[in-house]
Design a protein around this ligand. Structure first.
Ligand SMILES: N[C@@H](CCC[C@H](N)C(=O)O)C(=O)O
Length: 279
């Protein structure tokens, strides 16, 4: 079983063909993503081929399926380029969270994705919150009074605005916010500090993955939330522990994202990895 390992700013994924994924149970996928007992990754990207338009499925390390992933899409686009399925011309990719346009550029080092429209309706996440939008919603977690803006990028995000980013607090409160009862499908969580009108800094807790060094959809969601609150302009650099992504808004919250992708290795999984697991 062959897996291709890539990362986008330290947000690392394994890519495999659907014929490989079909051989794996959900428990085995979790094992493959485990950093001690498997190869280790922030998730599995399944190349579903697709007749005309390439199609991507995204599985989190806990075995749950995500509708969309920004870095997952950037990595999948680079993988498609590496296997010769696409060129430097822009191309479309289907995900459960909508169709996006990708472009592999600067050799193959930078990948641009039009992520679609940021949506602020709680129903889009979903979140069981009254109203057409949830902006600067008061939220309590771990005894902290927080201010949350809810955003769907095709997958759900809860963006907490803070005066000063504290990554320990992200780790401390992430799981509690991810699983709040108002989020029936759980949520990704970002703590966001505005540095200036073109720069924000975020810490990330991903649904089904936990603390990660970077996240593409989180960057889009956090920048969108700060834009909606009137705190940033149309171009925003999102700083994360793993590095930076460039976000650009056009029209009615159409979000474009650009950043680097690196290939790490092509790996063959040994069946012995599953020896202690029920058949
Ligand atoms: N790392 C991703 C997000 C992956 C999916 C997420 N954990 C979810 O469940 O929605 C990104 O770069 O967007």
């Amino acid at each position: 079983m062959i897996f291709h390992r890539y990362h986008g700013l330290g947000n690392d994924y394994l890519v495999c063909h659907h014929s490989v994924a079909a051989l794996l149970s959900n428990q085995q996928i979790q094992r493959v993503c485990d950093r001690h007992y498997g190869i280790g990754s922030d998730g599995l990207l399944i190349d579903d081929d697709g007749a005309d338009i390439p199609s991507l499925r995204i599985i989190n390390p806990d075995g749950s399926e995500a509708e969309k992933s920004g870095n997952g899409l950037r990595i999948y686009a680079r993988y498609l380029f590496d296997i010769g399925r696409v060129t430097h011309e822009p191309f479309l990719v289907n995900t459960a969270g909508g169709q996006v346009r990708c472009e592999v550029t600067e050799g193959a080092h930078q990948v641009i994705v039009d992520m679609g429209q940021a949506k602020f309706s709680p129903a889009a996440l979903p979140a069981t919150v009254e109203g057409d939008e949830a902006l600067a919603l008061p939220l309590v977690a771990g005894g902290h009074n927080l201010s949350a803006t809810l955003v769907s990028m095709g997958n759900p995000h809860c963006v907490i605005r803070v005066e000063k980013l504290d990554l320990d607090l992200v780790r401390q409160l992430g799981a509690e916010i991810e699983t709040l009862a108002i989020f029936p499908k759980r949520t990704n969580v970002q703590f966001a500090q505005v540095i200036d009108r073109n720069t924000i800094r975020i810490g990330i807790w991903e649904r089904g993955a936990g603390y990660t060094l970077a996240s593409g959809s989180s960057s889009c969601a956090a920048a969108s939330a700060m834009r909606k609150l009137g705190l940033v302009d149309d171009t925003v650099t999102v700083q994360m522990p793993g590095g930076e992504l460039a976000i650009r808004f056009s029209g009615d919250f159409q979000v474009n994202m650009r950043g680097p992708v690196q290939k790490i290795a092509t790996l063959t999984l040994d069946n012995d990895c599953f020896r202690d697991m029920p058949a």
